[in-house]
Design a protein around this ligand. Structure first.
Ligand SMILES: Cc1cc2nc3c(=O)[nH]c(=O)nc-3n(C[C@H](O)[C@H](O)[C@H](O)COP(=O)(O)OP(=O)(O)OC[C@H]3O[C@@H](n4cnc5c(N)ncnc54)[C@H](O)[C@@H]3O)c2cc1C
Length: 470
């Protein structure tokens, strides 16, 4: 990944807006810029756009939407902003927070009305840290449907998408203006594409082991569950161009990835009253804090493993997720009529597992906080048949990145913007602060979709100004 001098470089073609990366961020940026009249080229290194977006549950938090209103859920950008800021201990940039929380509701309605993305709101469980139900998803609750529908919409809108095109270098002038990119094609050829504006939508550095070990050492050897192609290119280019970076240690982890199957087990298994035990059959944390910080907690347990334990009622809620159904189909979820049988199937020590069940049941009936600080009061005791899945902790994606302003323009340390560079989604510093526990569910796609639209519209406005000048 390098920045090359633009001097004397001839480009094969020149496009007003080039976007690197065709995940949710890049495709929403492309749709927005195109709709506002810009010619756009999206460059994607994979043969088919997938990214971490396809690996996700595709759930996007948004306040004040018509789907919430129809369900009688009272919400606002202010309340959403407070939830994000509280989870991230006040670390997120207030301007960025306001930008994304104000923008996201209308964006989901725009995607539904203009681009055939029929969202609905999840009403039957609330993610940790959200004051109200505000997660919106498509019918399969899968990110594959999200990215596929966005790609189809981009296609209908006339966005040019070039796949099998890994951008390896940017050509820049001395003042940091990017005038083009170099692209590697699978047959070994290189292409040079000129641009007037560049949007970095190639996510963070989860797929770059060296950068993970440097910035998130506690997950340095953890399973990376995001898209392998996200190697921190945006971060490295931005830094080389003099961009400011922030919260590079911020990330989304997850403490419930089925092992060895490698399937995400929804955290509804916990929030609805389930709990985790280590291989000694003992609880080891307040699981209700959030799944992100739970990744490192699970990895610190013997063999880096835990069992997530719940019951058939909770499985009924979890089953709305394709991933959960997939885990069931692969036999990752065990079912037992008694705690003895559960201990036998999981190979957990029966005595300590029984003590744990009794403790949790007692806490649910008595209310109050346990010694880890969890309050089980709202959840009913687990009923047979019990269910369990062996899990490990994993890194999902990084949340720190290039500092952007309210138009998603990449900023220098001195507070000035680079001339024509934008960063969106995982390429930009998000709203989760510098720690795993700062990640509020949905912050990933929130930054991707909201900043994608903001950047797409900003490039279109800038394009119109340039046309007027010329
Ligand atoms: C298992 C899992 C579950 C998740 N669930 C949720 C959820 O429910 N809600 C939520 O908000 N977030 C979730 N996330 C996080 C969410 O997936 C990401 O925050 C979001 O998808 C980021 O979107 P993006 O467009 O920035 O990146 P991506 O979707 O990763 O897209 C980036 C694209 O850039 C391409 N690329 C990279 N480098 C180059 C290059 N040099 N040249 C050309 N192309 C390049 C990649 O191939 C990729 O297609 C989850 C993540 C994981 C891993």
């Amino acid at each position: 990944m390098s920045i090359l001098s633009a001097e004397g470089i001839a480009f094969d073609v020149k496009v007003p807006v080039v976007i690197i990366g065709a995940g949710a961020a890049g495709l929403v940026a492309a749709l927005s810029a195109r709709e506002a009249g810009q010619d756009v080229l999206v460059l994607e290194c994979d043969a088919v756009p997938r990214g971490s977006t396809a690996l996700s549950a595709g759930l996007i938090p948004a306040p004040g939407t018509r789907w919430q209103k129809a369900a009688g859920i009272i919400d606002s950008p202010e309340l959403f902003g407070r939830d994000i800021a509280t989870k991230a201990s006040g670390e997120p940039d207030p301007l960025l927070l306001e930008t994304v929380t104000e923008a996201i509701g209308p964006i989901l309605e725009w995607l539904a009305d203009h681009h055939d993305l029929p969202f609905s709101v999840i009403e039957n469980f609330r993610y940790p840290g959200h004051s109200v139900c505000r997660m919106h998803g498509l019918s399969t609750r899968s990110g594959t449907e999200l990215v596929d529908r966005l790609r189809e919409a981009a296609d209908r809108a006339g966005v040019d998408l070039l796949c099998d095109a890994r951008v390896t270098s940017l050509f820049a002038e001395l003042d940091g203006r990017v005038v083009g990119v170099e692209v590697d094609r699978p047959d070994g050829t290189k292409e040079r594409i000129g641009c007037v504006m560049l949007i970095l939508a190639c996510n963070g550095y989860g797929g770059n082991k060296d950068l993970v070990q440097r910035h998130i050492p506690e997950l340095g050897n953890a399973l990376y569950f995001g898209h392998e192609g996200n190697r921190g290119d945006a971060l490295l280019w931005g830094q080389a161009l003099g961009a400011a970076t922030r919260h590079l240690s911020g990330h989304q982890g997850h403490g419930s990835v089925a092992h060895p199957h490698g399937i995400l087990i929804t955290w509804a298994t916990i929030t609805e009253g389930g709990f985790q035990v280590n291989l000694r059959g003992e609880r080891f944390s307040d699981e209700s804090h959030g799944y992100s910080e739970q990744a490192a907690v699970v990895l610190r347990q013997p063999e880096g493993l835990a069992w997530t334990i719940f019951d058939a009622r909770i499985a009924g809620i979890a089953r709305q997720f394709e991933d959960f159904r997939h885990a069931e189909a692969l036999g990752a979820i065990l079912t037992a009529e008694t705690v003895d049988d559960l201990a036998r199937q999981t190979n957990l020590p029966v005595d300590s597992l029984k003590v744990t069940f009794e403790e949790v049941d007692g806490l649910k009936l008595a209310g109050g906080l346990d010694h880890f600080g969890r309050n089980f009061a709202a959840a009913p005791p687990l009923q047979p048949p019990f269910q369990a899945v062996r899990v490990t902790g994993a890194l999902f994606h990084t949340q720190g990145g290039l500092v952007v302003d309210g138009n998603a323009r990449v900023m220098r340390e001195d507070g000035t913007a680079l001339p024509n560079l934008f960063a969106v989604g995982g390429a930009a510093c998000g709203v989760s602060g510098s720690k795993a526990e700062g990640y509020l569910s949905g912050n990933g796609l929130l930054s991707a979709v909201a900043l994608g639209r903001v950047a797409g519209l900003a490039t279109a406005r800038a394009g119109m100004m340039l046309n007027e000048i010329n």
